[in-house]
Design a protein around this ligand. Structure first.
Ligand SMILES: CC(C)(COP(=O)(O)OP(=O)(O)OC[C@H]1O[C@@H](n2cnc3c(N)ncnc32)[C@H](O)[C@@H]1OP(=O)(O)O)[C@@H](O)C(=O)NCCC(=O)NCCS
Length: 203
């Protein structure tokens, strides 16, 4: 998977409700707002790991971007090292021991967040997770990044993309709904499923 392979190539480019590229829905139905610059994905590697860490430290909570570790609260040195280790463990992508491919999300050429897909037990299914720095949220970058990931998942032979969140995470629910996910609420969790077999919506 090359550095430019995150460019839109497949049928899911227009999947998240068909819109002109660079536009997303505004709060009011029927109105559009512009997404600043093109959104693209780059595999996380040593070249973008420090920029990604900088965004996380400046604009995200540790709990939103990495698993819990025993370290002093906040972005301590130990937690920054754990962040690096967590991402390096997945440099090998879907076939690495972590079975996870991580991508830096770039908007207007700047790293603004991360999206990942992790193999599930079923051979043709992956689970998606993502985060953006606070200043990048609410501009349609999340749906654009998920759309790119759907293309990469389809290219990797996947047929189903799933996600799990909580009912309170309106941002995550909104992104998943915009990308056509079927949602199922089960107590304190919400399970989302996107089928890559279904025909993308017509333009
Ligand atoms: C979830 C997340 C990736 C969504 O991406 P996004 O690019 O902000 O998505 P959108 O621009 O489509 O906005 C989604 C919703 O966020 C809300 N929102 C708007 N402005 C926002 C802001 N400044 N900050 C947070 N949320 C905002 C709106 O309710 C919007 O819904 P709407 O478009 O239906 O009105 C992003 O909010 C994020 O990184 N959150 C923290 C990490 C996280 O929760 N990840 C998901 C774990 S399952």
């Amino acid at each position: 998977m090359g550095r430019d392979s995150g460019r839109p190539v497949g049928p899911f480019r227009q999947r998240c409700r068909s819109l002109p590229i660079g536009w997303t829905y505004a709060v009011e139905p029927g109105r559009l707002r512009h997404v600043t610059g093109a959104v693209r994905l780059e595999p996380v590697d040593e070249s973008n790991l420090e920029p990604l860490l900088s965004v996380a430290v400046a604009e995200a909570e540790p709990a939103d971007v990495m698993p819990p570790v025993a370290a002093p609260a906040g972005w301590s040195h130990a937690r920054r090292d754990a962040f690096r280790d967590f991402h390096r463990a997945s440099f090998g992508g879907l076939d690495a021991p972590t079975r996870t491919a991580m991508y830096a999300i770039l908007a207007g050429g700047e790293v603004v967040g991360m999206i990942r897909m992790s193999r599930r037990d079923e051979p043709d299914a992956v689970e998606v997770g993502m985060w953006l720095g606070r200043s990048a949220r609410g501009q349609g970058i999340g749906p654009a990044a998920l759309r790119e990931l759907l293309n990469l998942a389809a290219a990797a032979g996947m047929r189903v993309v799933v996600a799990e969140t909580v009912p309170e995470n309106r941002g995550a629910l909104s992104v998943l709904e915009k990308c056509g996910a079927k949602m199922r609420e089960d107590g304190r969790r919400v399970y989302a499923e996107i089928s890559l077999d279904s025909t993308p919506p017509a333009l």
